[in-house]
Design a binder for this molecule. Sequence first.
Ligand code: SF4
Length: 61
Amino acid sequence: MSRPVPMCPIRPGEPCTLCQAYVSGPEDCQTVRLVMEDDELRAELAVKRREYRERRASGRR
Ligand code: SF4
């Protein structure tokens, strides 16, 4: 049985494409870590996630 594709924590609705070098997934992605450790970037991400959820709820993607 294949494993489910992990989602990218910083690109709402998109799977992890291993876009960063030497990464095996979101769990060891330095870009994700940098965003999560920065208050402003984390706040921006929260806005993006909310917008994504609202788009999905309204039927737009
Ligand atoms: S490597 Fe990191 S930034 Fe790239 S898609 Fe995966 S989790 Fe997101």
